[in-house]
Design a protein around this ligand. Structure first.
Ligand SMILES: Nc1nc2c(ncn2[C@@H]2O[C@H](COP(=O)(O)OP(=O)(O)O)[C@@H](O)[C@H]2O)c(=O)[nH]1
Ligand SMILES: [Mg+2]
Length: 218
């Protein structure tokens, strides 16, 4: 099936230092769509200078940015990836192939590269939530879809409402409820290549994210 170019949605809050490396690593046929959430470090200019289309989203939150990007994407396959350099866009094509082979959504499972500092509170939150997703929703996942690939119109039709950190968890639950075939693939997870963590790097960020997740999932 020929789905045309893959749109890569990158939610970004002050990722000017990491974005160039991410954008330069996009494989041929993958088009970057950076969603800028009121960044103050020139993220939008850096993104444009490296060939990305940029849309602005004034509502704060990871989910708000991802949703705005998917709305702005053309029909076809959309991928969602962080803009912090922790995941490699060169690992997107195997996920896209899963979709072309019949999956409704392909999601990454982060496998730390040697030397990554992955805080215990972030790992704990992730394993608790993934356990629930397996046990209660029958999803074959061990992570919370940090990187994912699906078809734009189908994702929008699921009607995900969370606009904060709970977005990927709600997406997985709605996908399960809709009978989607979800496939999880290993992806490497390294340190962010610049800038600062907004979520899991602090105890406070992890706590809020886990509360968002558990509220979503209960
Ligand atoms: N647009 C937007 N992006 C966000 C927001 N919060 C986090 N992000 C982006 O989401 C991705 C993951 O956030 P990050 O700070 O790396 O979280 P961590 O990996 O848990 O430390 C990064 O690309 C961030 O720039 C937000 O409120 N708005
Ligand atoms: Mg990160």
């Amino acid at each position: 099936m020929n789905d045309g170019p893959v749109t890569v949605v990158l939610p970004c809050l002050n990722e000017a230092s990491s974005l160039p490396g991410v954008l330069d690593a996009l494989p041929a046929g993958y088009e970057a769509l950076v969603v800028d959430n009121n960044s103050t470090d020139g993220t939008a200019d850096v993104a444009r200078a490296h060939g990305a289309r940029v849309v602005a989203e004034s509502a704060p939150g990871y989910g708000a940015a991802v949703h705005a990007g998917i709305v702005a994407a053309p029909p076809g396959i959309v991928a969602v990836l962080d803009g912090d350099g922790s995941m490699d866009p060169r690992e997107l094509p195997p996920l896209v192939r899963e979709l072309e082979a019949g999956a409704d959504m392909a999601v990454g499972r982060r496998r730390p590269v040697p030397g990554l500092r992955w805080p215990w509170h972030a790992r704990l939150g992730t394993s608790a939530v993934s356990w629930r997703l397996r046990a209660k929703h029958g999803l074959p996942v061990h992570d919370i879809a940090p990187m994912r690939v699906a078809r734009r119109d189908a994702v929008l039709a699921l009607g995900v409402t969370d606009r904060r950190s709970g977005y990927p968890v709600e997406l997985l639950m709605r996908a399960a409820a809709a009978g989607w075939r979800v496939v999880e693939c290993d992806v490497s997870y390294g340190p962010r290549t610049g800038g600062q963590s907004k979520v899991s790097g602090s105890l406070r960020g992890s706590f809020h994210a886990t509360v968002d997740f558990l509220r979503t999932i209960s």
